[in-house]
Ligand binder design. Structure first.
Ligand code: ZN
Length: 342
């Protein structure tokens, strides 16, 4: 099968012919139809944050068709449409038992990120327990981006506990942010998006933001206060996570507000204890989502009136060009690769 291998950090992926994965009894081989790419892939390429053993097949947003099932698999059959839950959790620890599988300390890896090869290949294999059915009517490209972008956004919205009429600021409207904007609107919140370039401002408007601020030329916190009669935002989603965006996020908050930290970078931000205490601020972390979140967001994507967050589809052979586009900041929403069919 064709696969794009990460052979050395800092180098382009190498397109090669490799053997198809071999099944264990509890596993399923999936023929990949589409696979999203995002900022985690750039971190992997650079060797920042995640350092899988090499060579490695990246790709943590695959969607496809069951091609083959192991002898002990009863819940899936060849031909079924599936997406994987990417966190390989233990199912037994106290966090797994509380439905917080993405925090499992005994995790054996993350599909396409560490420990388990991902979807930049014609086939991948996973234990059947990691798979979720793709609802009818959902395009492969839209199904693929649920594995990370959709899952992360859905879980972050749950963590935020939004109420009707609240003002929400979303900093960064890429793949995850595009879902956050839409899901916050579904909670009857008023959404102010923050983006940098005119093309990304337009994209945020298409995703349904009530207002979009261009972060380059505006004092975001002052603009948010202006739009809220001086109060500030009830909730800020920082989907970027630089020192500057964390600072802007805190500055935007009304007293009693919540900052939901979705994205992160190596940068740190010095938080004022006085500001947090005196303003009764809540800082909320969020990581991926649990398996139930993936089922829920897949249902919403198929039946809940969400717009597609996919703006660009490229053939798999252009994987390195696609990663370069992402690095240059030229991707709106999500870019998805389409796989060659055997
Ligand atoms: Zn566990």
């Amino acid at each position: 099968m064709k696969a794009a291998l990460l052979r050395a950090f800092g180098q382009p992926l190498s397109l090669e012919d490799v053997p198809r994965p071999v099944l264990a009894d509890d596993e399923v081989v999936v023929r990949v139809c589409a696979c999203g790419i995002d900022g985690t892939d750039l971190k992997l390429l650079d060797g920042f944050g995640y350092t899988p053993d090499l060579p490695f097949v990246m790709g943590h947003e695959p969607a496809g068709v069951v091609a083959e099932v192991g002898a002990a698999v009863t819940e899936f059959r060849p031909g079924e449409r599936v997406i994987p839950y990417i966190f390989f959790h233990c199912e037994r620890c106290r966090l797994c038992l509380r439905g917080r599988e993405q925090l499992c300390p005994r995790m054996s890896g993350v599909l396409g990120v560490k420990g388990h090869h991902g979807g930049y290949a014609q086939y991948l294999k996973v234990p059947a327990r990691q798979l979720v059915t793709v609802p009818e009517g959902l395009a492969w490209t839209d199904a693929a981006v649920l594995c990370d972008a959709g899952l992360t956004a859905y879980h972050a919205i749950g963590r935020a506990r939004l109420g009707p009429g609240e003002t929400v600021v979303v900093i960064g409207v890429g793949g995850v942010g595009s879902f956050v904007v839409q899901l916050a609107r579904q909670e009857a919140a008023r959404v102010i998006a923050v983006e940098q370039t005119p093309a990304k401002v337009e994209h945020a408007q298409r995703m349904g933001a009530d207002h979009v601020l261009a972060s380059g030329g505006q004092d975001v916190a002052a603009e948010v206060r202006h739009l809220t009669e001086g109060w500030g935002a009830d909730c800020v989603f920082d989907v970027v996570g630089t020192r500057a965006t964390l600072a802007a996020g805190i500055d935007c908050l009304a007293s009693g507000g919540r900052l939901v930290v979705v994205g992160y970078t190596p940068e740190e931000y010095p938080l004022s204890g006085k500001r947090v205490a005196q303003g009764e601020l809540t800082i909320v972390g969020t990581r991926g989502g649990c398996k139930h979140d993936l089922r829920a967001v897949a249902w919403l994507a198929a039946h809940g009136g969400l717009h597609s967050v996919v703006s660009d589809v490229r053939p798999f052979e252009q994987v390195n060009e696609a990663l370069a586009l992402l690095r240059a900041g030229r991707v709106l929403g999500r870019l998805v690769l389409e796989m060659p069919q055997a």
